[in-house]
Ligand binder design. Sequence first.
Ligand SMILES: Nc1ncnc2c1ncn2[C@@H]1O[C@H](COP(=O)(O)OP(=O)(O)OP(=O)(O)O)[C@@H](O)[C@H]1O
Ligand SMILES: Nc1nc2c(ncn2[C@@H]2O[C@H](COP(=O)(O)O)[C@@H](O)[C@H]2O)c(=O)[nH]1
Length: 383
Amino acid sequence: MGEEAPVFHVESVALESKDCLQNSIDIGDKTYVISISDDPKSSISIKILDKLTLTWVVPTVLGSHPTPTNSHVAILVNNEKILIIEKGVALNDFIWFLEVDTPFVKQQCKIKGAEVVAWSKGVISEGHTPVVISGPSGVGKGTLIAKLMKEYPSKFGFSVSHTTRFPREKEIDGVHYHFTERSKMEQEISEGKFLEFAHVHGNLYGTSIEAVESVSDQGKRCILDIDVQGARSVRASSLEAIFIFVCPPSFEELEKRLRARGTETEEQIQKRLKNARAELDQSNSPGLFDHLLINDDLEACYENLKKLLCLDDSHEDSNDSLIKDGKAIACYSILSKTNSEILLQSETNEVEKGTASLLSLNLSFLSGGAPGRTRGLKISSFN
Ligand SMILES: Nc1ncnc2c1ncn2[C@@H]1O[C@H](COP(=O)(O)OP(=O)(O)OP(=O)(O)O)[C@@H](O)[C@H]1O
Ligand SMILES: Nc1nc2c(ncn2[C@@H]2O[C@H](COP(=O)(O)O)[C@@H](O)[C@H]2O)c(=O)[nH]1
């Protein structure tokens, strides 16, 4: 009796060059050649061979790229994207997707009139639904968020927005905001790097995709402090979130708080109060906010916020245990592939703490993708 054929499905050809390992993948009439090397000068290159005309194209490459390393394997997920498994990098950084024909890439090809490919990092942790907090200037959003972050530093992460306004005293660049030049921010908006942006009180504010994704990467729940226009844009985006509007007990109290904060000129206060009326009017827009919170007594409001966020619910993501020690080094090769599952085998004999000898990667629930992360990767480990 003959041996049963193994379920191997090799689609990638690996070519050793002096400083790096290249993988080539065929999709239709094109061959994608991916070289990742740890030489900083030539760290990542993508070339496309058109097999009909035998011409090479160097595409425009979008997105943050994988960590340079001289060993990786590549395998086709479907005709839209290639999965890259990097070797010798941290466990929370070893899965990447090179999108070659997804809707985002097609749209970018049209905009740029050139061949485009885009990187997207694969994320094992699902994170938790982000929370959008809106409300008029001075109502106490920042105060409530600061309390939450202080009490639950490992549960929540703040989405650090970009803004063209000047920093206030004690505000730190990269912590409270990314303070930026208008032209630079506009350029980055045109490059598709922002989830949302809005002109607020005479300045440009925006949430970069990276700001939200980097919080989720840490397995934390992302908090966005954005105005009502921004909340509307996020509602219309693919980001699933909970939307909370914070109201003042009265307009007079709002004005009192804004003045007492002492961070705005009289002219700016007037502008913010005028905008506050419009924002309060919009708080009841159908389908926009899930919850309204009145910030009268701060402690009472904070307790209500905690209730809304189910902070006594101690549910853990089933993938969490695998990424707890995300710094462990991954060194996996592809053992087998079906349409929805890839089996990875550790190349090291001694299984490092935090890694497993076999990993099963389920691709059935993928979501997101370039220009952000690819989420929904389900991983099971076997030792
Ligand atoms: N419940 C409350 N009672 C009294 N004062 C409050 C209350 N909540 C917040 N404050 C005070 O009101 C001022 C404005 O609060 P905060 O800066 O948090 O508002 P904000 O909504 O984040 O404003 P902005 O949108 O302009 O950033 C602060 O001085 C803060 O200490
Ligand atoms: N649409 C967005 N609005 C934002 C963002 N970051 C902050 N904001 C809102 O701007 C006002 C003013 O903030 P301030 O710090 O200058 O007082 C406030 O309502 C914030 O919620 C953003 O990224 N996008």
